[in-house]
Design a protein around this ligand. Structure first.
Ligand code: FAD
Length: 499
């Protein structure tokens, strides 16, 4: 989480004008020097903002307005993935609902290309507008728990840790992601896959309602009975319809002592590891969530593993796993123990902002078999890129108990999600890493059931977006036509309105 000193939050006219006029340290964007008040419109052309325009913006919001000349500009524009190097013309850090409304109104009235930043974790940099305006919600965080109604009211800029820290100590939980500094805003409008998803469903399945600011300036409640089309679309359709200012998320009684599972095997076992994982998926209870595959660690050692978590005692987890894992022979390492769920939710955190660039490929499988295991192992064992992984993650369970057209996310028959992620610190290594991920995915894609997780996508084209939303795409276009016919909200996996 990035905090900025309050002293920056009200810029004097002089310092603000210094920013606008580019007196010092002006960063370049789109390969040029940024000039006074220059920004990119949502339609792509250049627009000029006057000093008075920018003063009006600063005067209308209580949080800081950060311009390219600001000393904190580079820190404020940094996203999780260092491969993204976007230079917005304006970053408006909003502290209140009124700030968000005023910033959105400003962006809309000047028709500036606008991004919404929550946790800043989108791999493709959708949380920062290159040349445009970023409405940064990272100062708009907080969670209120209503224990009697088993619901959490989550501000639209919150991160997962805010949600877990507010709920788990009360013996309550919901399902969200596996890294605590990921934003709720992007995750809960995508799908929201986490450690409890097999027993509780995706995060979107547990969003009871939202408050959302639509591009026409309305602040609407959307749930099963009010604005239900918007409620349907926002659960999977990202920021296509507006800015969610509050999520209302279902909570469950929860014992925070869970079993954490990790078995590591030599790389020679790769195909058998995938096969064993597929076999296990047929017998494990919904309280157990497993994934597995090949990983190369930071020292360049490649091995394979099966791991996950079980909302239950260690002895029971071992009784389920042992008969299957024993067939793989002696593991290189085993770690299976009871841990506190809140601790577990931070175990994969790593750096708050990644040091290495990241690229992903992902896809869904509604069946798995030995042929898929052999094909993926064939590629995955060629993996020598530090930090890279070729994984299958078990889905199904409660995630499959929802009809494909009940939310915008259609792939409810998925039994496994495939992901491969690659990482590099030296940009010269990027192309080879990306090629490895693309080739590995290409080897198994023909056997997949179509679609991919939109939150792991890199600039998908319209045909791919149609594939991601499958039978729900046309309805998403209808909802887009109703709430954002000008496609103002376009820095997302974009649903284009009908011309
Ligand atoms: C380290 C890491 C771990 C991850 N782990 C998981 C995981 O376990 N499970 C999982 O499902 N995904 C996971 N993801 C993927 C994650 O879902 C996406 O990266 C997601 O986009 C992050 O959301 P954010 O708010 O942090 O991103 P941002 O970059 O801030 O925003 C991403 C997108 O969400 C939109 N958005 C943000 N806030 C709002 C809002 N309030 N209203 C409307 N739209 C909004 C933005 O417009 C933008 O298009 C992970 C990503 C990273 C980097």
């Amino acid at each position: 989480m990035t905090h900025f000193p309050q002293t920056y939050s009200r810029l004097s006219r002089r310092s603000l004008l210094g920013g606008i006029l580019g007196v010092t340290g002006v960063s370049s964007f789109h390969g040029r020097e940024a000039s006074a008040g220059e920004a990119v419109a949502s339609t792509g052309e250049k627009i000029l903002l006057s000093e008075n325009n920018l003063m009006d913006l600063q005067n209308s919001i209580s949080g800081p307005v950060i311009l390219p000349t600001s000393l904190i500009y580079n820190e404020a524009r940094r996203l999780w993935n260092p491969a993204v190097d976007h230079h917005p013309a304006i970053i408006a850090q909003c502290q209140s609902l009124e700030d968000i409304q005023a910033a959105f109104q400003f962006a809309r009235s000047h028709n500036i290309l606008t991004a919404i930043r929550c946790g800043g974790h989108n791999y493709d940099g959708l949380g920062m507008a290159d040349g445009g305006m970023t409405i940064d919600l990272s100062l708009f965080r907080g969670v209120e728990v209503d224990e009697s109604n088993m619901v959490a009211y989550v501000k639209g800029g919150s991160i997962l840790r805010n949600l877990d820290e507010a709920t788990i100590p009360l013996g309550l939980a919901t399902t969200a992601g596996v890294v605590s500094h990921t934003g709720v805003g992007g995750l809960a409008t995508g799908i929201g896959q986490g450690r409890l998803a097999r027993s509780l469903g995706y995060t979107i399945d547990n969003v009871r309602g939202v408050k959302i600011l639509t591009p026409d300036g309305r602040h609407l409640r959307a749930d099963a009975t009010q604005n239900s089309d918007l409620y349907w679309g926002v659960r999977g359709g990202g920021s296509n319809f507006g800015i969610v200012t509050e999520f209302e998320i279902e909570l469950y009684d929860f014992d925070p002592t869970v079993t954490s599972i990790s078995y590591t095997f030599p790389i020679s076992k790769a195909a058998d590891v995938y096969k064993t994982l597929f076999e296990l998926s047929e017998v494990v209870p919904n309280e157990m969530s497993l994934s597995g595959g090949v990983r190369t660690n930071g020292r360049g050692e490649t091995n394979c593993s099966i791991g996950g978590n079980f909302a239950g005692p260690q002895a029971k987890a071992q009784r389920i796993l042992d008969p299957y894992l024993k067939k793989l022979g002696a593991p290189l390492r085993t770690r299976i123990n009871e841990v506190d769920y809140l601790w577990l939710q931070g175990i994969a955190d790593g750096d708050l902002l990644a040091k290495s660039a990241t690229y992903y490929q992902s896809g869904f499988f509604n069946h798995v078999d030995e042929k898929i295991a052999d094909a993926v192992a064939d590629y995955a064992t060629k993996n020598t890129f530090p930090g890279s992984q070729v994984q299958f993650g078990h889905q199904a369970g409660k995630m499959a108990n929802v009809a494909p057209d009940a939310t915008a996310f259609p792939h409810r028959d998925t039994v496994f999600q495939f992901t491969t992620d690659v990482h590099w610190a030296d940009s010269r290594e990027g192309p080879a890493n990306i090629k490895f991920a693309n080739d590995t995915w290409a080897a198994v894609k023909p056997m997949s059931s179509g679609g991919f997780y939109v939150n792991l996508a890199f600039s998908p084209g319209e045909a791919e977006i149609r594939e991601a939303y499958a039978g729900n795409y046309d309805r998403l276009v209808e909802v887009k036509n109703m709430y954002d016919p000008d496609n103002f909200m376009r820095l997302n996996v974009n649903i284009k309105p009908m011309a």
